[in-house]
Ligand binder design. Structure first.
Ligand code: AKG
Length: 325
């Protein structure tokens, strides 16, 4: 069933009918058998740079799927969306973080990918970047993390994820690994489960920017019929427990007609911490922001953040590697 749905939504000719795709922008049209509104206790929470005030967040649980999958409808401000876009393109793509293009030796030691793409408007090179891994590097072959294959987890991404985790009540979460996926209009991500992390109780936070995805959320086997869901720019998905072991994938990227990252909201600028200023200056300046905005008009960026260690564990050991299949 998963494969059939994937093929159906991936199809270009004929294009799929989108009437059955769960659309959280039309939450009033959805029934209690599809979504449940989740209230969060956030009166005392401070607003953080890049986010709307948590008291305005719309949090939903997707019903009739394994485990718990939360969907938060774009809690980001437009400058927040710009900030994470610039970080994913300009900073997280730098060495020593790992990328899919490392294998092709396209970027010399003393150069950076984003800078090279900009210097000669190298669209081919730009479109080659498909993923970056941060912190404990995801091993695409073995799916096993190792102490020997790990970089520094970015502080801003850690702070941002911890803020979201605390608002949603996940007080013990520790951000230790991330995959940044870069999609273009013809990209897909085939069905898979997220089982590399030991502690499946720990949530997985997923943040998306740019073009819209059709996200397929299935069951514990590929025989279960998946639920298709629109994920738009700024939307956040949190998977925990059995939902992490549910098959999911992205069969299609759809062109959007609004830019969720425009116009920038001056109000948000008074919340900027000093570590964020340099990148915010790029986001505020039309000319400096332009190449990043152009990229988003034909791409989607997804950042998913995971906890690798079990609670109280300081480092991985060889036994962990044996446990994970
Ligand atoms: O792009 C997405 O929304 C999903 C990404 C994902 O499932 C993954 O990286 O494991």
């Amino acid at each position: 069933m998963f494969k059939q749905s994937f093929k159906y939504y991936k199809s270009k000719n004929p294009p799929p009918n989108l009437d059955n795709v769960l659309d959280l922008n039309k939450s009033n049209d959805l029934t209690e058998f599809q979504i449940k509104k989740v209230s969060i206790k956030c009166e005392e929470r401070k607003k953080m740079f890049g986010f709307k005030h948590p008291k305005t967040w719309e949090v939903y649980e997707i019903v009739d799927t394994p485990g718990s999958l939360l969907f938060i409808r774009n809690p980001f401000t437009s400058i927040g969306q710009r900030y994470w876009t610039v970080k994913c393109l300009q900073d997280y793509s730098k060495k020593p973080n790992k990328t899919n293009i490392d294998a092709f030796n396209l970027v010399p030691e003393n150069k950076e990918w984003w800078e090279m793409c900009q210097n000669n408007n190298n669209v081919l090179l730009m479109n080659k970047l498909r993923w970056v891994t941060l912190g404990y590097h995801h091993n695409w072959d073995t799916k096993v993390y190792s102490e020997e294959d790990k970089g520094k987890f970015p502080k801003d991404l850690s702070d941002m994820t911890l803020y979201v985790a605390s608002i949603l009540g996940y007080t013990n979460f520790s951000p230790e690994a991330a995959i940044v996926n870069y999609y273009h209009m013809d990209s897909t991500l085939s069905g898979h489960t997220d089982h590399s992390e030991k502690d499946l109780e720990a949530p997985l936070f997923s943040f998306s920017f740019g073009q819209t995805a059709i996200f397929l959320l299935g069951g514990n086997t590929k025989d279960d019929k998946p639920t298709p869901i629109f994920i738009r720019s700024g939307d956040m998905v949190v998977m925990s427990k059995e939902s992490r072991l549910a098959y999911h994938g992205v069969p299609k990227i759809l062109q959007i007609d609004s830019r969720y990252w425009d116009p920038i909201d001056e109000n948000d600028l008074c919340y900027i911490g000093k570590d964020y200023r340099e990148v915010v200056n790029i986001c505020k300046d039309d000319a400096l922001w332009k190449p990043f905005g152009d990229y988003l008009t034909y791409s989607r960026i997804n950042i998913n953040v995971r906890q690798v260690l079990s609670r109280g564990q300081k480092r991985l050991n060889s036994e962990d590697a044996e446990d994970v299949t």
